[in-house]
Design a binder for this molecule. Structure first.
Ligand code: TYC
Length: 105
């Protein structure tokens, strides 16, 4: 046996380690139902800030209206914060009580 063979008690087992590339956490942006914000306004919000077409926006608006809440998008922390602020500002400008929040996925 040659001197390079692994018979001297010195282990040559290779343990694979996963590279620790932690993905940044994602955040769900939620739209909440209320009794006063007009349906058309909610549809306009979803088109303007979440890039939905009219049919998608109408469907999500109806989900919120019936179920009380729906996820309208999933984003990085910074983008989610921006979306929430944009929706809340737009609603305030139009004096609607529409609420938008975010939560860690
Ligand atoms: N419930 C509202 C109405 O009947 C419509 C509405 C839908 C309000 C979705 C908020 O996030 C909302 N006018």
């Amino acid at each position: 046996m040659s001197s390079s063979d692994d018979d001297d008690g010195d282990s040559s087992v290779v343990v694979e380690t996963r590279p620790k590339t932690k993905r940044p956490p994602l955040y769900k942006v939620l739209l909440l139902n209320d009794d006063y914000t007009p349906m058309e306004f909610v549809v306009a919000v979803l088109e303007r800030f979440f890039g939905m077409n009219h049919a998608q926006a109408f469907e999500i608006m109806l989900t919120v209206h019936k179920k009380g809440v729906a996820v309208v998008g999933v984003f990085s922390h910074e983008i989610a914060e921006t979306k929430v602020a944009q929706v809340m500002d737009f609603a305030r400008q139009h004096q609607h009580p529409l609420q938008c929040t975010m939560e860690k996925e």
